[in-house]
Design a protein. Structure first.
Ligand code: ADP
Ligand code: MG
Length: 500
């Protein structure tokens, strides 16, 4: 590794609140002087991560290193780290000077010196007024609020108050500044200005900034490195450019910018099929692999009908200041397109997507998912089959009466016939039977991949061409006709959200 100093390192850090994992096996390092941003939707564990770095929260497992030393058990006030929160938390009864000097006045340090008779003495001392004055005016200059010392903090605007909060955090000369959505309470204009100022301050101070936001644009403009989080786990770490241009999965692509995400299948070397059409692409994935295909709205070109790769029709168009945002429909699939030239609603046209604008990502495949519906007999139909299942999982605390109606915990009687559900089945929960009659759905084995200690087999059904992906230790052959059985308790059902 090149010589890059890691100032902070999280190794296998986890945090659990009331049995729920807020942060999962987090491995991350921050380089000295870096501006790193943790980005993710609300509740994904950003603040918890920051609070563990600050020492306000103890990890349940894993450790945190500062300059290579384990600080997991070091209390917050002994860490050279300061935090700026969204709510500026200034003392309203103190003026600007006293707000900033507050911590400095309490600070004690050990001073060692030689007396005239050569003895070495160590004394605990406080900072002198001159030193404090100098420090306060230095930081006020940094946040562009010189001459504001005597002002009452309650007379300042939100942006000014937040600058005071930043001044108060940096006056202690921390090695690391943590900022938890520090601009969240400001209006858009102020936020934009402060983004630039913070970036400037980072340059001037030369210290490490660990920044938290749920705003992707903010992360893209300010950071050297972005860490994208979802559900307590890191999805991707990279420069803003990497994250924008080469998102690792559909979540990152979607979160980072507006994107079209299609379900696709690899049908040849650098050939992917989506929206019912085969496109050339540049990413190579195994044949028949199910993939997510991401295309940015600005990378779809509209041309006259018959002149592009796929024909369709424009169903909406909105002017967005510099470009039009149009929705183009092919069959049932909608594609969002941005273009400076408008095509009117109802116009039939065609699109071109160039190979290097097609970003292919492995689908995170952890279980089989299907759309299904419940029958009169309380079985569930999906993937060309009908399966016994437990419908009471759809309503917590429910049971079935003698006639087979579902009775909810509140004693409401519900007829589930034809109710749409989403179905999940684990890869290991499907049994393959070597004929196409004894199981509950049948199909042909189209792919077998050896995964080191087991085979992953894909069975495609005849009519709907749905796939069962099965992990098994047994060997099968491609093109075998088989059927599948799934234990009722392994079929996970959820009610589909009602859409209007
Ligand atoms: P973010 O900052 O990304 O919005 P947080 O780190 O605040 O997310 O929260 C992550 C998860 O942990 C959330 O589900 C939240 O409800 C939970 N959580 C955070 N702090 C606590 C706490 N002190 N007690 C219980 N649950 C918490
Ligand atoms: Mg938060």
């Amino acid at each position: 590794m090149e010589k890059e100093e890691k100032i902070i390192e999280l190794i296998g850090v986890e945090k659990i609140f009331d049995g729920e994992q807020a942060v999962e096996n987090m491995n991350l390092y921050v380089r000295k002087g870096e501006f790193i941003t943790i980005l993710g939707p609300s509740g994904c564990g950003k603040s918890t991560t920051l609070r563990m770095i600050a020492g306000f929260e103890m990890p349940d497992s894993g450790k945190i290193l500062l300059n290579g030393k384990d600080i997991t058990n070091v209390p917050p006030y002994e860490r050279p780290i300061n935090t700026v929160f969204q709510r500026y938390a200034l003392f309203p009864h103190l003026n600007v000077y006293d707000n900033i000097a507050f911590g400095l006045k309490l600070k004690k340090f050990r001073n060692t010196y030689k007396t005239s008779d050569g003895k070495i003495v160590t004394k605990t001392e406080k900072l002198s007024k001159d030193v404090i004055d100098a420090k306060v005016s230095r930081v006020l200059k940094l946040v562009d609020l010189e001459e504001f010392e005597k002002r009452d903090v309650t007379t300042l605007s939100g942006g000014q108050q937040q600058r005071i909060a930043i001044a108060r955090a940096i006056v202690n000369e921390p090695e690391i500044l943590l900022l938890d959505e520090p601009l969240g309470a400001l209006d858009l204009k102020m936020r934009k200005d402060m983004q630039l100022e913070l970036k400037e301050m980072h340059k001037k101070l030369g210290i490490t900034f660990i920044y938290v936001t749920h705003d992707q644009e903010e992360a893209l403009t300010m950071s050297d490195t972005i860490v994208v989080m979802k559900d307590g786990t890191i999805q991707q770490i990279g420069t803003p450019k990497d994250i924008y241009n080469e998102p690792k999965n559909a979540f990152v692509a979607d979160f980072i910018g507006e994107s079209n995400i299609f379900s696709g299948t690899m049908v040849g070397k650098t050939k992917v099929r989506f929206i019912n059409k085969v496109f050339d692409c540049v990413d190579d994935f195994p044949l028949n692999e199910k993939v997510d295909v991401v295309v940015r709205p600005e990378d779809v070109f509209l041309v006259d009908e018959g002149k592009g790769q796929v024909d369709g029709v424009i169903i909406s168009s909105i002017f967005k200041g510099v470009h039009y945002e149009m929705t183009f429909v092919v069959g049932k699939t909608e594609i969002v397109i941005q273009d400076t030239m408008e095509r009117k609603v109802g116009e039939r046209c065609s699109v071109i997507i160039k190979p290097d604008d097609i970003h292919i990502m492995a689908k995170e495949f952890d279980c089989n998912r299907y759309d299904g519906y419940i029958t009169k007999k309380n079985t569930v139909c999906f993937a060309d089959g009908e399966f016994a299942c437990d419908v009471t999982q759809l309503y917590e605390g429910s049971h079935l009466d003698e006639e087979g109606y579902l009775i909810t915990a509140d004693c409401e009687k519900i007829d589930l016939t034809d109710v749409d559900v989403s179905v999940e089945v684990g890869l290991k929960d499907i049994e393959i039977i070597d004929n196409d009659v004894d199981g509950d759905a049948c199909g042909t084995i189209i792919q077998i991949v050896y995964k080191g200690d087991h085979y992953q087999i894909i069975i495609r059904t005849d009519k709907e061409e749905e796939d069962f992906v099965v992990d098994t230790e047994y060997t099968w052959n491609e093109n075998d006709r088989v059927s599948v059985k799934i234990p009722a308790d392994k079929i996970k059902l959820k009610l589909k959200a009602v859409t209007k």
